[in-house]
Every structure is written in structure tokens, then in C-alpha cells.
Design a binder for this molecule. Structure first.
Ligand SMILES: Cc1cc2nc3c(=O)[nH]c(=O)nc-3n(C[C@H](O)[C@H](O)[C@H](O)COP(=O)(O)O)c2cc1C
Ligand code: SF4
Ligand code: FES
Length: 584
């Protein structure tokens, strides 16, 4: 965005009163490097940023070299080593919000704040940022004021948003049958008693009557595969982890949901946090793991706070800790960790690095997490939806679960509907519904407009055209048609949408999120962005663009080290195939 506001913005350089930090620093004394991210978060919550001498102190307390403390702060976008206000206002700059007229909200915010992206006001009380998808796409356009989320913003609502009177949004839940989503909107997410009154903790007591192997068999029988994108059979992952050598094992709940267009895990965590706790505990029992971890993305404060409270209540109620529910020797507890703005930390090995207090660089696989995961110990890492689906399927039994869906894709699946649909929201439907039926279930395209394309699976997924809408939403059809279901994103672009702008936004996302560990992705995402930025905003396509984009895309896909680089060109290449005129 061009800067046109003629305003002098003074950055506050005074180093804050570091003595305020003493209680926080004392609390962490004696801890090790794995406490680095929580400590950085806590320090920032007191003084807003991380001055050099505070970094030195943190390094001493946790016994981490100063260069490493600095490296971690540099890596994560939500850690600041320059003067930053404690109150940060973040507005989403990604496609769903753009389609919902997010630019007008941005402009209104900027006019009222007198700030542009990355600036702090003269008093040092507000910092303003454009950020990638905030995982609230069904509520687009969205923003966060500190920890307070706001959805369906308009330019007129900006004043109320800034003065704190704009109401917080709730999840928009649809579908049939509601199995995984049964409690959303029905249960008080802050109350263990209410969870119990809504069939909570029915599955875990049943599980502990069985041998752990029998629980694994039941999950295998339900045919559940991972909902985080890789579609690995969940029961098999638990079996491998259970069978791995080593007495200290881990369940890691991947709640880093940062894929543009994805918001299902946020809805589950915010509205049904005890189900996350119960399902992770069930996994712990099955795997023989005593350590549970939930890694929640930093931009999900409401999820984090509700999960934290749920863990505490579950512990007090005897649902976590030692000899759980009176079962001798069944010990399991959960630590919750907050990410700090890095999509790559959703990649399972990068996530382990983050929990271990390091930069979120993916590890080379093999070895795989089931034998060498968190702290190089056996680990089952699962997506939030996967765990809750496994709990539900276990609870109702594989036969009932398989009454829904198809033989190869049994049960139900959550889809994140956003963009040009009348009723954006989280949808639970049996596998097998066609994309067209799902879009119609979501009210179709507003104003009776035609569909130009649909982004399936997420930013790392693929665009499809109107002639592919009949595809049934199953894993087998997705594989056969080379259309990834990914994290369940279905983002609709009507005939008026500017797809060049959408491709630019997707390219910007990947260039921003590439961790830089390997060259194909580090350079390829930049090159892809440069070309798509010029095409969208600065002169249009040049003759070699199509070939260069395909070449860069092919190289990233084939030679990148991890899934981010391997998929960073996927949506762009699918769009070029469908609509070559976009880049010619
Ligand atoms: C760049 C990247 C980002 C990812 N982000 C997430 C995420 O936010 N949530 C998630 O569950 N899986 C994510 N994954 C997939 C995980 O690596 C892993 O496959 C998943 O957590 C396993 O859980 P599941 O078997 O239940 O799907 C990501 C993968 C990549 C390559
Ligand atoms: S592919 Fe990209 S995100 Fe993955 S390791 Fe390489 S640079 Fe990092
Ligand atoms: S919240 Fe804006 S695109 Fe997802």
C-alpha cells in the first residue's frame, strides 16, 4: 500500500523500566531452554518488547547463548527487539478478508490511528500491523486489538473496534450430522461441569476400561486419518509411537493452524476446549505417553486462554495428573505453549523445535516423530480436529462412525467455507458431498453471481474451476483428481474477484513465511512474489512470466526441504493451468 498520509511518526526509544520484570524473571529461574518462548511472551506482556539487556538476562537465566536468544526473537514475527507498544493492532491482509472489502477497513483504521503497517504511535501506546490470515476467515474482514478479536468489520465499525465496544464474534457452525461439532455453541466453554453435562468425558472412562492396544484397534477400525493435511492413519501413528523404544513419550496437539482459509481448529478450541483436553488424554492412554503438549498459534489468544483454563479445571477434577480417574499408573498431563507468528511451526518437526525453545526450522526426516519427535523422544503429533474426531469415533464406535461417508473416507469432515458464499462458517458434513452441494449448503454465491474458481485445501492447495464442482469431497476423489482437501478450506471466488490479486496475496504469504533454511524455497518464494506483484500491480505480465513461474514452481516443489516449499507454488500453478491469461 502506498503511503500518502503525511504524518511524522515518532518511535519511542526509551528503554522501559526493567525492574518491572523481576517477578517474571524470578519465576523462570532454574528452568531450561524449553521455557524460552513462554518467558519471551511473558516479558513482552509486561514491557511490550525485548530490549538487548533483557535478552542478556533471559539468556543467563535459561542458560541459552545470547546469539540464540536473539535468533529466536528475530525468527518469530510476534517477538519484537525494537520499541513496540504493549497494545498491537493486527489486521488481516489475506484473500478472504480482501474479498470482504478488508481494504476499506484497513484504510479507515489507518486514518483513525494515523499509522501505517509496522508503525508505533508517538506515545508508544499502539503498534499497528498488517498480518497474514488470522484464522477467522468466516468472519472476514477481521482484526485483533491485543487479545480481542473482531469480525465482520466495516469502515464505520472501526471507531467502536478501537474504543473496545465492538462485540467479539462467535463461531458460525453448520452441518449435519454434527458429531465433531456437537457441542459448539451449545456448551459453556469455560465450565467443566457443563462439558460433563453435554456428554463430555464419556469416551475416556470407556477407554481406560480397555487395554491401550484395544483403543488403538478401535481408532484404526474407524479409519480416521489425519486432518492436518498429510492424511496419515491416526491409529497407525499411535501404534508406531506406542511400539517405539523409550519410556518418556509425548502427545503433541498441533494447534498452530495458520494456513490461509483455515479456521476449524480455532472454532473447536474456542467453543469446546475440554474436548481437546479429553481427546489428547485418550491419545496419551493409547500411546503410553505421560506428557501432553498443545501448541497454539500466537494469534489465537481466545483459544489459548480457554484451553489453559480447561487444562487447569481438568487437572483439579482428576482428569489430568496421576492415576487419572482412579486408574492406577495412568498418568498424563498437558503443557500449553503459545506460538509467536510463524506458519512453518505448524510443520510437525518445526513445532518441536519451537517447543524446545529454538527457531522453527524443520528437521530432515527420517527419523520420524514416532521414534524421534519432541526432545528426540517418541511422539504422536496430531491435529486438533483429528484428535476430536478420533474421540468421537471411539465413543460412538467404528460401526456408527462408518455409517457416514464412503468406504475409503469414513465419517464426517470439517470444511472451512469462506469468500463469496452467503453463509461462511465451519461445516461438518459426511465425506462424499460434492463441492457444489457444499457451496449450495452454504447458501451459494451472494447476488446469484457465477463462480469463477474455488481455492481448495488452503494456500498450499489448488484452485479449481466451475467444471470441477461436482467432485465428491472424499480422499479417494481428491487423490484421483489431484485436488488436495488439505485442511478443509473451500474459499469461493465469484466472477468479479480479482484472481491476480489473490495469487499475489498467496505468493506474499509464502515469501513471508519461508523459514529460509533451504534455497529453493527461500529464493523461489521471493521470485514468485516479485513476478506476481508486478503482474497484479505494476505493469502486468511479460512474455516469459508463465514459463518462469512454472519453472520456479517446479523447482520449489521438487527440491524444497519441507512441505512449505514443496507446496508454495501449488495454488499458483493450478491457477496458471486453469487461467493462463492471468500471467500472459
Ligand atoms: C508448512 C506446514 C504447515 C503445517 N501446519 C499445520 C497446522 O497448522 N496444523 C496441523 O495440524 N498440521 C499442520 N501441518 C501438518 C503437520 O506437519 C502434521 O502432518 C500434522 O500435525 C499431523 O497431524 P495429523 O496426522 O492429525 O494430521 C503442516 C505442515 C506443513 C508442511
Ligand atoms: S522448504 Fe521453505 S520453509 Fe521448508 S525448510 Fe526450506 S526454506 Fe524452510
Ligand atoms: S482471517 Fe483474513 S483471510 Fe483468513
Amino acid at each position: 500500500m502506498m503511503k500518502t498520509l503525511n504524518q511524522e511518526v515518532k518511535i519511542v526509544h526509551e528503554v522501559p523500566d526493567i525492574s518491572l520484570l523481576q517477578p517474571v524473571l524470578d519465576k523462570y529461574t532454574g528452568r531450561s531452554r524449553e521455557a524460552l518462548l513462554p518467558l519471551l511472551h511473558e516479558v513482552q506482556s509486561v514491557i511490550g518488547w525485548l530490549p538487548g539487556d533483557v535478552q542478556t538476562e533471559i539468556g543467563k537465566i535459561l542458560n541459552v547463548p545470547l546469539a540464540d536468544v536473539h535468533g529466536v526473537i528475530e525468527f518469530y514475527t510476534m517477538f519484537y527487539n525494537e520499541p513496540t507498544a504493549r497494545r498491537v493492532i493486527r489486521i488481516c491482509e489475506d484473500p478472504a478478508c480482501y474479498l470482504a472489502n478488508g481494504e476499506a477497513v484497513m484504510q479507515a483504521l489507518e486514518a483513525q490511528l494515523g499509522l501505517y503497517h509496522g508503525e508505533t504511535n508517538a506515545e508508544g501506546s499502539i503498534t499497528y500491523e498488517h498480518v497474514p490470515c488470522l484464522g477467522m476467515c468466516e468472519l472476514a474482514p477481521v482484526a485483533l486489538d491485543g487479545e480481542k478479536p473482531a469480525g465482520e468489520l466495516t469502515a464505520e465499525a472501526v471507531e467502536a473496534f478501537l474504543n473496545g465496544t465492538y462485540p467479539e464474534p462467535n463461531a458460525k457452525v453448520y452441518g449435519s450430522p454434527l458429531l465433531t461439532l456437537a457441542r459448539l455453541g451449545q456448551v459453556n466453554p469455560n465450565s467443566l461441569d457443563d462439558y460433563l453435562a453435554h456428554s463430555g468425558y464419556e469416551g475416556l472412562p470407556k477407554a481406560i476400561q480397555l487395554e491401550p492396544e484395544e483403543v488403538i484397534e478401535a481408532v484404526e477400525a474407524s479409519g480416521i486419518v489425519g486432518r492436518g493435511g498429510a492424511m496419515f492413519p491416526t491409529g497407525r501413528k499411535w501404534r508406531f509411537t506406542r511400539g517405539a523404544a523409550g519410556s518418556s513419550k509425548h502427545i503433541v496437539v498441533n494447534a498452530d493452524e495458520s494456513e490461509p482459509g483455515t479456521f476449524k481448529d480455532r472454532c473447536l478450541m474456542e467453543e469446546d476446549p475440554f474436548a481437546v483436553v479429553e481427546s489428547a488424554t485418550l491419545a496419551g492412554y493409547a500411546v503410553g505417553a505421560e506428557n501432553g503438549w498443545i501448541f497454539v498459534r500466537g494469534e489465537y489468544p481466545r483459544s489459548y486462554n480457554r484451553l489453559k483454563a480447561a487444562i487447569e479445571q481438568a487437572r483439579a477434577g482428576g482428569y489430568l495428573g496421576k492415576d487419572i480417574l482412579g486408574k492406577r499408573g495412568f498418568n498424563f498431563d498437558i503443557e500449553i505453549r503459545k506460538g509467536a507468528g510463524a506458519y512453518i511451526c505448524g510443520e510437525e518437526t518445526a513445532l518441536f523445535e519451537a517447543i524446545e525453545g529454538k527457531r522453527g526450522f524443520p528437521r530432515i526426516k527420517p527419523p520420524f516423530p514416532t521414534t524421534h519427535g519432541l526432545f528426540m523422544q517418541p511422539t504422536a503429533v496430531n491435529n486438533v480436529e483429528t484428535l476430536i474426531a478420533a474421540l468421537v469415533a471411539f465413543n460412538i464406535g467404528a460401526d456408527e462412525w462408518k455409517e457416514y461417508g464412503t468406504e475409503q473416507s469414513p465419517g464426517t469432515k470439517l470444511f472451512c467455507l469462506s469468500g463469496h458464499v452467503a453463509k461462511p462458517g465451519i461445516y461438518e458434513v459426511p465425506f462424499g458431498m460434492s463441492i457444489r452441494e457444499l457451496v449450495e449448503f452454504a447458501g451459494g454465491v451472494p447476488g446469484g453471481k457465477a463462480i469463477q474458481g474455488v481455492m481448495m485445501g488452503g494456500a498450499a492447495g489448488a484452485f479449481i474451476g466451475p467444471d470441477q464442482l461436482e467432485m465428491p469431497l472424499t480422499y479417494e476423489d481428491a487423490r484421483a483428481n489431484n485436488i488436495p482437501l488439505g485442511s478443509g478450506v473451500v474459499m469461493v471466488f465469484d466472477e468479479t474477484a480479482d484472481l491476480r490479486q489473490a495469487l499475489y496475496q498467496l505468493a506474499r504469504f509464502f515469501a513471508h513465511e519461508s523459514c529460509g533454511k533451504c534455497f529453493p524455497c527461500q529464493l523461489g518464494t521471493q521470485r514468485q512474489l516479485e513476478i506476481l506483484d508486478r503482474i497484479a500491480h505494476n505493469g502486468g505480465p511479460k512474455p516469459a512470466d508463465r514459463e518462469t513461474l512454472l519453472d520456479v514452481g517446479f523447482t520449489m516443489t521438487e527440491t524444497s526441504l519441507c512441505g512449505l516449499g514443496q507446496t508454495a507454488a501449488a495454488t499458483v500453478m493450478s491457477a496458471i493451468k486453469l487461467w493462463p491469461e492471468l500471467v500472459e
